[in-house]
Design a protein around this ligand. Sequence first.
Ligand code: ZN
Length: 353
Amino acid sequence: MHGQWGGESGGRGAVGAALPCQDRRVATKFWEYLALQLTFLGTSSGVPTRSRNVSSVALRLPQRAEVWLFDCGEGTQHQFLRSEFKASQIRRIFITHMHGDHIFGLMGLLASCGLAGNPQQRVDIYGPPPLNDYLQACRRYSQTHFSFPIKVHAVQPGVVYRDDEFTVSCTQLEHRVPAFGYRVDEVDRPGRFDVKRAQALGIPSGPLYGRLKNGEVVTLPDGRRINGADLCGPTLKGRSVVYCTDTVFCEAAVELSHRASVLIHEATFAHQDAEMAYQRLHSTSTMAAQVALAAQVRQLIMTHFSPRYAPGNPIQLEDLLAEARAIFPKTLMARDFWTYDVERQDAASLVAS
Ligand code: ZN
């Protein structure tokens, strides 16, 4: 089940449309080494606090000037106004589940995008099956017209989106309502193309470079056969980002997160409050760390913290961090407007080369 409404159907091609160079594979060089950027726009669970809004995470894809949003709690559009992003950069929105602290900001954000007067490209929204009905009803009763196309995709476990650079898949987690964890995988890229060596071999520049960079075997006009792989450095491993909320510890989250570059996992409660976590099907900091450990991820970032750990409570958020680090040392704790760069695993050696 999916729905498309508002504006014109279609929209521009998703990939590389803004690149001026004719051959994208050669033109990619300057951004291949840029980080994917995660910015946390809301890190509180249930209700906002003075310093933390409800759930939303932005993933910026530098090669496309595009933002993908994960969850959209109430007030997310205000968080955009206070960040360096423009809401008009949002191209895809992934919703984990239908609880209000993850979706109440969606309607306002979409409505404002339309009013901004900027030419807005299509927005694809992915989420549980009721999401389309919910948005349709909001639109109908508030008589809101979107001036740009919106397409709502009902997700089920498996691949929900794929293009030639990224695959997004999801799996069902364990929460009080159907909740989906998402995983974004970047494809591996051929290593850096050695232009100087190609020039030294007398290979004419132009489209041939693109084919060689892609690892193809090319026959030159003079009859020589050149294997592109010989002119490329080591493969650039694609990065992966996993977003798991809301859920109690579950094997599905471990499977989804397998060897991810970054796992963003909810940590609503401290270990001491595990009883509440089991009752409400949320995670403790230790559960988040156990998922990260079992999945062998590179970095864990915890988010979705209960507002209860405020001054006055004997347990503080720093305690949640310490609990998690005792199990999985590579743990960080998100706060609103904090940006984390998802570097390539071999970024340091690439810079050195
Ligand atoms: Zn929830």
